[in-house]
Design a binder for this molecule. Structure first.
Ligand SMILES: [Zn+2]
Length: 45
């Protein structure tokens, strides 16, 4: 069994399966807490 397709959330440390679309950008799981943090990291002009 390969562990490919699983990514470790940088925020909570749990493994999650990112969407194919956001595979390159997504670094967190789908938890509300992590999603909030991810938005905070975003730098908008
Ligand atoms: Zn998370």
């Amino acid at each position: 069994m390969k562990a490919s397709g699983r990514h470790k959330c940088l925020l909570c440390g749990e493994f999650y399966q990112p969407d194919r679309r956001n595979l390159c950008h997504q670094r967190h799981c789908a938890k509300p807490e992590c999603r909030k943090r991810s938005m905070k990291d975003r730098v908008e002009p």
